[in-house]
Design a protein around this ligand. Structure first.
Ligand code: S3P
Length: 171
């Protein structure tokens, strides 16, 4: 089984779905942000604040490159991983890319009390989220092998749908 890269906007459920795939299908999980944060010994907001976004994006690209050579992993990517084409190319080489989507209203509900996402600072409104989502939409869609809408679906249902759609593509 090849790797699965979960991409999508912040708060669309990548980490939760990755845990679901682990539980249901025994896949190993790589949680990109957590790994970056552990290795740096700093939280994501601290990295942004101290070294800037570009530095964080470099760490992110290095990690995507590292996943080369791994197998049967579900990689829960940072929401901005698609911003660099080189990351998308590497993900496509090393696995299948699954885009999770959710409505801005759903995203807002999930992120409104969260201060761990520097990119959302000052944007925690439906309009702010919609604007950034629209600015990234083309990149998310171009990167995706399959798209899964997550609104109002249970985690097991989402996981099953991912596996079904991926299997159909392989036929
Ligand atoms: C980011 C998303 C975050 C994290 C960082 C930047 C983004 O990950 O990588 O704060 O630019 O969309 P999540 O999507 O897991 O929140």
């Amino acid at each position: 089984m090849r790797n699965i890269f979960l991409i999508g906007f912040m708060g669309c459920g990548k980490s939760t779905v990755a845990s679901g795939l682990q539980r249901m299908y025994g896949m190993k999980v790589v949680e990109m942000d957590q790994l970056i944060s552990e290795r740096q010994g700093m939280s994501i907001p601290q990295i942004f604040e101290q070294y800037g976004e570009n530095y964080f994006r470099d760490l992110e690209s290095e990690l995507v490159a590292e996943i080369q050579g791994m197998e049967n992993q579900v990689v829960s990517c940072g929401g901005g991983v698609v911003l660099r084409e080189q990351n998308v190319a590497k993900m496509k080489e090393n696995g299948q890319v699954v885009l999770l989507t959710a409505k801005p209203e759903t995203i807002l509900e999930r992120v409104k009390y969260d201060n761990n996402r520097p990119v959302l600072k000052g944007r925690k409104t439906v309009a702010g989220i919609t604007e950034l989502m629209e600015a990234r939409r083309e990149k998310y869609e171009a990167a995706a092998d399959i798209v899964i809408h997550t609104d109002k679906k249970s985690i097991p249902k989402i996981c099953e749908e991912i596996m079904q759609k991926l299997a159909e593509r392989e036929k």
